[in-house]
Design a protein around this ligand. Structure first.
Ligand code: G3H
Length: 544
């Protein structure tokens, strides 16, 4: 096995001097915004501000300093509560203009917003890349995927509305069944997909007639500020309110009991803390995307080239900072050496560098203290007998962490259990298939698994129990959320609720119906309401 080396100087050289930053990339800076969106107005904040640093350090001679990229408000609890009140007023117990608006009217507003958002693509993509250090190319893909998600959501709602535009006749009762909004939704997205995952709950929540309080992600927040004016122009006052701040701001909001849906992508610890603040937890619907520790199981008859290539992308795309990343690899012992050799060769070819560089794979890590945390995981595994099997693996310089492939990892090691959410790839080998199966069933998480093999009998025998333990079994491919029309969910500590374009519309609404006894007087009244287009709910209009 190759010995680990620590070429930290080589890593240091990857950080740029100011003059080496491409001009158009640098042009996005600084993004200083004092604004927040509340009650249909962009308000100027006069209180404390947060200075935002990029994970990119800039070299000045022998010294390196994190690039300051902008600043934004740290709102207090009082202001957060005013924003919540604005959302409550706009919902007005279901009597507001937005929750009672026709589906067609809400679709128009969302489409108007999407048009305005598209005009800001370059600015948003660059700010995202500066703050979370996702490659510029992948930030562009995240933006485009989000716009497509909005368009797909509109199409799915039209389909849902068409399917609900008729009447049901059952026994002597006539009914029209539709979906109605739930109330005020608090939306919070994660740093790794700050646009896409925030909008994956925000857009369905809005389009179904809820009003929203959106908190910017903890990291990856600057990209939201150019969108404030788009939201403000496209939606009626109070329908969407956007705030930035920390726990002080959130605690009274949750404790007020006025939030009806918590849409949160992050850790189960933070989700539990917020949920427990609600005075009537049974009134709170939670739509949660939480931790995962997806396993890959490479069987003895696997197509090794395919398994290695999928595991490489699956474990190290965006530095392994995807909830769907493969975070533990189990390989049949007879093929373990071959797997490791090919896998490490693949890791050696990954390009480490800055997010604007074409073809870059490994970039600086945005979470404070993350490199030290990953070093701790590696040291713990080494102390218990594992080895870093790729040359240079685990080298650290500031926010850059060279991917470390650890072998042979076992259950005594922290990295076997903890979600690393970074470029550390633990590998174990097995002689008995019960070993990886036990790993999956004993894990605290249950999001996805990747299965690599070619024998239909063996694959089928594994698929049947695994679908009962995770939310998706991937055959000869990495774990992933997409396509966005597929259900995205998890069991145990990995998720609550299901998100796909189709499911999200249902997650943020409830079925409501209008029912009447099938007698002439009622039929005459219903006909008058329908023909006169007097109601937005009770309607047989067909949206094309
Ligand atoms: O971080 C979790 C994301 O939902 C993963 O999405 O599989 O498309 O990268 P992805």
């Amino acid at each position: 096995m190759p010995k680990p080396q620590v070429p930290t100087d080589r890593l240091a050289e990857l950080f740029p001097e100011a003059s080496a930053i491409p001009a158009d990339y640098a042009a996005a800076l600084p993004c200083d915004s004092k604004e927040y969106l509340m009650g249909g107005e962009l308000r100027a904040w006069g209180g404390p501000m947060q200075e935002i640093h990029s994970p990119i350090l800039v070299r000045h001679g022998q010294e390196m300093h994190p690039q300051i990229i902008g600043s934004c408000p740290v709102l207090n609890g009082e202001t957060g509560m005013l924003a919540l009140d604005a959302a409550c007023r706009a919902f007005d117990n279901g009597r507001g203009a937005w929750p009672t608006m026709s589906v067609g009217g809400r679709i128009k507003a969302v489409e108007d917003f999407a048009r305005r958002m598209v005009a800001k693509r370059e600015e948003i993509v660059r700010l995202m890349s500066w703050e979370i250090c996702k490659s510029l190319a992948d930030c562009g893909k995240e933006f485009d995927r989000t716009v497509e998600y909005i368009q797909d959501t509109v199409s799915a709602l039209k389909e849902l509305d068409r399917a609900s535009s008729g009447f049901v006749m059952e026994a002597d009762i006539l009914g029209q069944i539709r979906r109605s909004p739930l109330g005020v939704v608090l939306c919070m997205g994660p740093f790794n997909y700050p646009l896409n995952e925030t909008f994956a709950t925000l857009i369905p929540a809005l389009i179904m007639g809820n009003t929203v309080l959106m908190k910017t992600p903890k990291i990856g927040k600057l990209l939201i500020f150019p969108l404030l004016e788009c939201f403000c122009a496209a939606f009626p006052a109070g329908v969407i309110n956007i705030i930035s701040g920390g726990r002080d701001m959130l605690t009274p909001i949750m404790a007020s009991g006025k939030v009806t849906v918590l849409a949160f992508i992050g850790t189960s610890r933070a989700a539990d803390a917020m949920r427990s603040l609600h005075p009537k937890p049974h009134r709170l619907r939670c739509v949660l995307g939480l931790e995962a520790k997806n396993a890959a199981i490479v069987l003895e008859d696997a197509d090794m080239a395919q398994a290695v290539s999928e595991c490489l992308r699956g474990s190290l795309a965006f530095n392994g900072q995807r909830c769907t990343a493969i975070k533990m690899i189990h390989v049949a012992r007879a093929r373990a050496d071959e797997f490791l050799e090919r896998f490490c060769a693949g890791v050696a070819k990954l390009k480490v560098g800055m997010p604007w560089e074409p073809g870059v794979d490994i970039t600086p890590l945005p979470e404070p203290g993350k490199a030290a945390y990953l070093q701790g995981l590696v040291e713990d595994a080494l102390a218990l007998g594992a080895t870093v099997v790729n040359p240079g693996g685990g080298a650290v310089r500031e926010t850059l962490f060279a991917p470390a492939v650890l072998y042979a990892v076992d259950e005594r090691m922290r990295v076997y259990h903890e979600e690393q959410f970074g470029p550390v790839v633990p590998v174990a080998s097995f002689t008995d298939i019960e070993e990886p199966l036990r790993y999956v069933s004993e894990s605290s998480y249950g999001q996805q698994v990747s299965l690599f093999g070619t024998d239909p009998d063996q694959m089928a025998a594994l698929i049947d129990p695994l679908v009962n333990q995770v939310g998706r079994v991937n055959l000869n491919s990495q774990c992933q959320r997409g396509p966005d029309n597929f259900p995205f969910t998890g069991r145990k500590d990995s998720a609550e609720g299901t998100l796909s374009v189709h499911d999200a519309l249902r997650a943020f609404s409830i079925r409501s119906l209008v029912a009447a006894r099938d007698v002439e007087a009622n039929k005459a009244m219903l006909t008058a309401i329908l023909n006169g287009r007097k109601s937005t709910f009770l309607s047989t209009d067909y949206i094309f």
